[in-house]
Design a protein around this ligand. Structure first.
Ligand code: F6R
Length: 254
């Protein structure tokens, strides 16, 4: 695991975008796994700038997003489909049929999950998976105490995840209770993983994920078992890991 600490959110976003751009330049037909949420917003902005500057083309890239809410249309303004359109897809030269998100409005959700997994496999697997981390340690919507061996599946969101996503909906009541998410196993099969963490509210969980025991109680801790993970954290998110690494703190993860 390679941990890089960026000075602030802007530097983190720039470095993250450069890693993604380098992946695409090295392999124009790359398969990218993408995340939504607040953390990668700056990275998408930087990627759009790199594209507009003529430095990177998404023409041959295939993308698979980690997750989508169940029970809302891809056209709903709170959907991750719309997030991706507005933040990235509408501003770059990606071939839209190659930009995939699970369909949370599919009539048969189990079949949707199986087909999503099959599409990832057919595309040759994910070269670079971008992840954020939830305050409860989730990656994708793999909430604490789920199974590490899960492929893409339907999950029930815990209250922390529903609260974190309430900003996308007009009332808290409207926040979906379920989502389709790539499973931990889907994520672990990516060839390279880029985990982004920003802000002090992620410091505790990032320390648990990187330095604590590998446990389904902290889903992101499974990344310790992956052979090719790059962690990019800003100074605020890295506060606790820096202290552990310099011997200034011993954390009781019990
Ligand atoms: C998003 C996703 C989530 C987020 C995580 C962090 O597609 O799967 O795991 O990455 O909840 O969200 P932010 O970045 O909003 O703190």
């Amino acid at each position: 695991m390679q941990v890089t600490i960026a000075e602030n959110y802007q530097a983190l976003s720039k470095q993250a975008a450069e890693i993604v751009a380098a992946q695409i330049i090295n392999k124009p037909t790359s398969v990218l796994g993408l995340a939504t949420g607040v953390t990668p917003l700056g990275m998408y902005e930087e990627l759009v700038s790199l594209h507009k500057a003529g430095l990177v083309s998404f023409k041959e890239v295939t993308t698979f997003n980690l997750d989508e809410f169940v029970g809302i249309s891809p056209l709903h303004p709170g959907s991750y489909h719309q997030y991706m359109r507005h933040r990235l897809f509408d501003h770059v030269d990606i071939n839209i049929p190659q930009a995939h998100l699970p369909n949370g409005a599919a009539p048969n959700l189990k079949q949707e999950c199986r087909e999503y997994e099959a599409k990832i496999r057919k595309a040759g697997g994910i070269d670079l998976q971008v992840l954020g981390i939830g305050r409860n340690g989730h990656i994708g919507f793999n909430e604490p105490h789920g199974k590490f061996e899960a492929f893409t599946n339907v999950v029930t969101l815990d209250s922390a995840s529903r609260e974190a996503n309430a900003r996308f909906f007009s009332t808290p009541h409207e926040v979906p209770r379920q989502a389709i998410t790539m499973g931990i196993r889907t994520i672990m099969q990516a060839r390279t993983i880029l985990l982004l963490a920003s802000g002090f509210e992620k410091a505790q969980v990032l320390a648990k994920a990187l330095e604590g025991p590998v446990t389904p109680a902290v889903p992101a801790s499974v990344l310790q078992l992956h052979s090719n993970v790059v962690v990019l954290a800003d100074e605020a998110a890295a506060q606790i890991i820096s202290k552990i690494n310099t011997g200034q703190a011993a954390i009781d993860f019990g």
